[in-house]
Structure formats: structure tokens, C-alpha cells
Design a protein around this ligand. Structure first.
Ligand code: GDP
Ligand code: GDP
Length: 460
């Protein structure tokens, strides 16, 4: 096993260290005791934050004494934990504000030159705002605001930790075995047993109800309709064959929502909210265009929203049976899409007819494939092989004669695929270069129709 970097959580009793420890190590929250000063052993565990893995040490129980005798005990034990760690996290209670004991810890930590992250815990809601403001006096800058109990702010914590652990992780990654193909196959099979969450959206009259009725009316097994996911949304559990095997599909019925909104006279507004609902629940979103009308600005707005929400997108050119001059229509829509959705070229475009059922099979195949891509993890070595080639083909610019250095890329998350690029002077990297990287990933690594998130991390 490669050596994992170690992170220690330090802070006065009852700020929530164990709660965070448990969350990161994945243990039951019930282990937390809310009696201040309950003695616990120094605990260590393997933490997971997105795909970031590290050792975590909880110092709760080492510091139960009052401030006076604290100094002695702290030096003995917390200091040992700090020495062993690569990164320290100083946690305070944002609801309680900064106390003398917090200041004591901060001062003590300032005497060490460990990389430090200041954590404002219990920051859910607004009750932590004053504590967060007070914490600037500690001299560590802006705290990372989290709620260990509710799991909020974990992405921010990831972003703070990643650059500090990066050099160590990069080293560990070199020693890590490749993701082997058996694992990938097993993961793909597991995914196929999870319902494909599919939403069909589009302007009023694009043909959503007709398509859904057609889908469900085909020789498919309908196991729903189920109770609504929310009061307003309707999920239909359904099955569809993929490679000859029936696989679960959960269809979000936006059309059903629209039928309600029709009676209210506020059609446009309500259907926008309904679309948002559907998109939130979906993994893959099919945007229906009306081929007799072509692509309109409102369609692009919906497409843009789907991508911003990080969902995989497929565009279906519906009412194909009624379309005139099909070939130039298709080319025209393709071109307008690539221009209108500049951030993501090559979204799958499929001509269908909800009325006749034409190409619904192709649409469903594309939907399963889109989810595969959306959920896929690319191994670090494959990713960096692509990265090196991409940098060689088109090196990053050198503003003022100093080249921007890009060192390393890693996939931080899936669904949607999220990548972190490490380097130096990244704030000077032009947006066009970032788009070049994202486009390259999409084409080379097979993320058609999938929004890709890319974060840049590193020094000046
Ligand atoms: P430790 O002594 O620093 O390890 O603190 P614990 O993890 O035992 O937490 C102390 C108390 O704070 C417990 O009652 C927790 O349920 C509570 N707590 C922990 N995290 C949060 C949070 O994010 N929000 C709120 N409101 N309470 C929290
Ligand atoms: P929704 O508002 O998006 O749910 O749209 P509907 O399913 O209610 O369809 C609106 C109109 O378009 C209806 O008159 C449908 O008959 C018609 N329509 C829907 N799909 C097709 C299609 O594939 N071909 C043709 N020619 N008409 C369609």
C-alpha cells in the first residue's frame, strides 16, 4: 500500500472533531458523545473525501483539561499527533465564536510550521456567521466553513486539503496499481442494476407526453407509476433492455407536471420550475426539440441549465415524421447547437418521433451510454498520459515570458466527471486554454454530452 498522507484535527473539546472524524472515516455518528470532556483515546482511521484518501487523527480526548493544565498534556500528546501529521486542521465552533482556548490552540499552532486549515464547524444555516467573522483575529485568513454533522462544506474542505496533500498523493499515485479491467466491468454491471434516472424536458408542445406514452406503451414492462418523488414530481419505474437484458429505468414525468400548470395561466414560469425539478432528479436529461420549429433560444437556455446542473444531456429532434427537408434541417440544428452550446461541443443529437416510435431504441441506448460516461472514472495514469500529450501538442502560454506550469491532473469526482489540474501561476491561465483541456478530455476520454468540471489548484 502506498503511504497515505496524515491529517490531524485539533481543537478545544466539543467543537465537533469526532463528528468530522466519523464522517470522514464513515463510522456511525452515534459514537459521538456530547458530554464535554469525555475521555477518548487518540483515534486514527482511513478517511475518504470524494476520491481523496488520507489518514486522519482525532485528538478529541487529549485536551479535556482546563486551559492551565492543558499546556502540559497538549505538549505530550497533541504535539506528538501534530508531529506525525502532514497537515493540521484547527477546528472551532462557529456558533460559539472564538474562545480563549481557541486562541490558545491557534497560538500554539503558529509556533509550528505545519500546513494548517482553519475549520469553522457548525456553520450550517446562518448561526455561524459571527463566529466566522471573529475567526479572522486568529491570523489564519478565511476559515473553511463546514457542518460536520450535516455534511455541508465538504467540497470546500476537499479544495482546501487537496493542494496540501497533492505532492504526497502524486507520489502515492505513482505507486498505485492501475484500475484493472475486471473492476471496471464490475462497476459497469453494478451501475446497470441501479435505475437509470431519466428526465424528458422541453418547451410546451415539444411532444413530451406523447413520447412518454409511447415509451411506456411499447412492449415494456411497467412496474409503476410510483408515488411521487416530491409532492410535485412523478416518477415512473420502468424497464428497458440493454444488450438484451431488462434494466431498471426511472422516468421523471415532466409532462405530468405541465398538465397541472396548464390550469394556472402561468405556463412559462411554472414549466421552467418543473423542468428544474426534473433535472435535479435526473442523471441523464433528454431535451426534446420540435423539428417543425427548429432550435429556439429557449431550447438553448434549457440545455445550458441542464449542463450547469452537471447532468448528461441528449438532444432529441422530435416530430421527425413531420419534418421537411430532413437532411438540411438536421445539419442546421447540429450547427446551431455547437455554436449555441460553445462550452460543450458534440452533444448527442438524435432524430426521433414520439408519435411513430421511430428511433426511441437509439435514444435509450444513448441514454444508458451517457450515464456510463457521466459516472466513469478515468485512471490517474491514463489521464496523465493524455495530459502530457495535450500539453506537448499545445503548450500553455507564457505571459510576460514566464511559462505557466501545469504539472498533474486527477479525477476528483464522477457524476459529473470533475477534474483537478495542479500547477503554478494558474490564475494567469487563459479561459481558452482551459476550454482546450476540457474539449480534449471530452473527445479523447469519451465524455460525449457530459459536462466536465475542471478546477485549477496551485501556487502563483
Ligand atoms: P469533539 O469533542 O470536538 O470531538 O466534538 P464532538 O464531535 O463530540 O461534537 C460535540 C457536539 O457538537 C455534539 O453534540 C455534536 O453532535 C455537535 N456537532 C458536531 N458537529 C456539528 C455541526 O456541524 N453542527 C451542529 N449544530 N452541531 C455539531
Ligand atoms: P408536451 O407539451 O411536450 O407534452 O407535448 P405533447 O405530447 O402534448 O404534444 C404536443 C403536440 O405535438 C400534440 O398535438 C402531439 O400530437 C404532437 N406531437 C407529439 N409528438 C409528435 C411527433 O413525434 N410527431 C408529430 N407529427 N406530432 C407530434
Amino acid at each position: 500500500m502506498p503511504h497515505l498522507p496524515t491529517v490531524v484535527i485539533i481543537g478545544r473539546p466539543n467543537v465537533g472533531k469526532s463528528t468530522l472524524f466519523n464522517r470522514l472515516v464513515g463510522r456511525k455518528l452515534a459514537l459521538v458523545d456530547d458530554t464535554p470532556g469525555v475521555t477518548r483515546d487518540r483515534r486514527e482511521g482511513d478517511a475518504t473525501l470524494y476520491d481523496l484518501k488520507f489518514r486522519i487523527v482525532d485528538t478529541a480526548g487529549l485536551e479535556e483539561a482546563d486551559a492551565a493544565s492543558l499546556a502540559g498534556r497538549m505538549r505530550a500528546q497533541t504535539a506528538a499527533a501534530l508531529d506525525d501529521a502532514d497537515v493540521a486542521m484547527l477546528m472551532f465552533d462557529a456558533r460559539a465564536g472564538i474562545t480563549p482556548l481557541d486562541r490558545h490552540f491557534a497560538q500554539w499552532l503558529r509556533q509550528h510550521d505545519k500546513p494548517l486549515i482553519l475549520l469553522a464547524n457548525k456553520a450550517e444555516g446562518r448561526a455561524g456567521e459571527t463566529g466566522v467573522a471573529e475567526s479572522y483575529e486568529l491570523g489564519f485568513g478565511a476559515p473553511v466553513q463546514i457542518s460536520a454533522e450535516h455534511g455541508e462544506g465538504m467540497a470546500d474542505l476537499f479544495e482546501a486539503l487537496f493542494p496540501l496533500l497533492d505532492p504526497l498523493i502524486a507520489k502515492a499515485a505513482d505507486e498505485m496499481p492501475e484500475i484493472d479491467e475486471d473492476d471496471e466491468e464490475a462497476a459497469a454491471e453494478r451501475l446497470l442494476n441501479e435505475p437509470l434516472k431519466l428526465a424528458i424536458v422541453g418547451r410546451p408542445n415539444a411532444g413530451k407526453s406523447t413520447l412518454i406514452n409511447r415509451m411506456l406503451g411499447q412492449d415494456r414492462l411497467i412496474t409503476g407509476p410510483e408515488a411521487g418523488i416530491t409532492r410535485d414530481s412523478i416518477a415512473i419505474d420502468w424497464e428497458y433492455p440493454r444488450d438484451g437484458v431488462l434494466r431498471p429505468v426511472r422516468l421523471i414525468d415532466t409532462a405530468g407536471l405541465r398538465r397541472r400548470s396548464k390550469v394556472t395561466d402561468k405556463l412559462e414560469t411554472l414549466s421552467a420550475a418543473d423542468t428544474k425539478y426534473s433535472v435535479d432528479f435526473a442523471e441523464v436529461v433528454v431535451l426534446l426539440l420540435d423539428a417543425t420549429l427548429g432550435l429556439e433560444a429557449q431550447d438553448l437556455r434549457i440545455a445550458d441549465m441542464v449542463l450547469k446542473e452537471g447532468r448528461a444531456l441528449i438532444i432529441a429532434l422530435n416530430k421527425w415524421d413531420a419534418a421537411h427537408d430532413q437532411s438540411s434541417l438536421f445539419q442546421g440544428v447540429r450547427k446551431a447547437l455547437d455554436e449555441g452550446l460553445a462550452q460543450i461541443k458534440g452533444v448527442p443529437l438524435i432524430a426521433i418521433s414520439g408519435l411513430t416510435g421511430k428511433n426511441i431504441d437509439i435514444l435509450m441506448k444513448a441514454a444508458f451510454e451517457a450515464r456510463d460516461a457521466w459516472s466513469r472514472r478515468v485512471s490517474t495514469s491514463q489521464l496523465n498520459r493524455w495530459f502530457e500529450a495535450a500539453l506537448e501538442r499545445n503548450p500553455p502560454p507564457a505571459p510576460n515570458g514566464r511559462r505557466i506550469k501545469l504539472r498533474y491532473v486527477t479525477q476528483a469526482a464522477t457524476r459529473p466527471p470533475t477534474f483537478v489540474v495542479f500547477g503554478n501561476r494558474l490564475d494567469e491561465l487563459p479561459e481558452s486554454y482551459r476550454r482546450y483541456l476540457i474539449g480534449g478530455m471530452r473527445d479523447t476520454l469519451g465524455f460525449d454530452g457530459v459536462p466536465i468540471r475542471l478546477t485549477l489548484r496551485g501556487g502563483k
